[in-house]
Design a protein around this ligand. Structure first.
Ligand code: V0V
Ligand code: CO
Length: 141
């Protein structure tokens, strides 16, 4: 079902500070930035590896407001790893099979993700405290 680790999502208070920090630490390049109103974040994608089945990235996440998933996370836990995202070829099929297996999905149908990907979250309660995202990249990504 899974094709790669697509990204590791990291909650940060400030993208403008975190982006150059990561770029300098690991010689990474920030290849995309986007505001996602529905998810309540501004995010930056730093390319780690451009693989055959799609890239792997560090995703830095700055909350748009306090009352958002990342805003609440920062207030409760402080900066750190927020979620892990796995690539899938067919997110509809992946969600159908997880539903049959009884996993608690936050998104029963895919929603808009970075660079026009289709994404869905699985509740951390269902996976040992790890917020998990599935990503079906847009064609050509
Ligand atoms: C909260 N909890 C987490 C967590 N956030 N556990 C692990 N990892 C996280 N990131 C735990 C928290 O410690 C509580 O545990 C419990 O969940 C309820 O916490 P809460 O603060 O009351 O939060 P809720 O219930 O309002 O919301 C938590 C969930 C929410 C996970 C349901 O954050 C959510 O819907 N997340 C999915 C959307 C998202 O994260 N979007 C931002 C990334 P105890 O105390 O009860 O044990 S957007 C993105 O990645 C994009 C756009 C992309 O990749 O393209
Ligand atoms: Co993500």
């Amino acid at each position: 079902m899974l094709t790669r680790i697509d990204h590791v999502g990291i909650a940060v208070p400030s993208l403008s500070e975190a982006i150059p920090h990561y770029e300098e630490a690991f010689n990474l390049k920030c290849v995309h930035q986007e505001t996602n109103e529905r998810q309540g974040v501004r995010e930056a994608m730093l390319l780690v590896h451009a693989g055959e089945t799609g890239g792997s990235y560090v995703q830095l996440l700055e909350p748009l407001r306090e009352d958002t998933p990342v805003g609440k996370f920062l207030a409760k836990r402080g900066p750190g790893i927020h979620h892990i995202a796995y690539g899938v070829d067919n997110i509809d099929a992946a969600l159908a099979s997880l539903t049959v297996a009884g996993f608690e999905l936050i998104n029963k149908t895919p929603v808009h993700g970075t660079s026009n990907s289709r994404i869905a979250f699985i509740h951390p309660r269902a996976l040992g405290g790890v917020l998990t995202e599935l990503v079906e990249a847009a064609a050509g990504h």
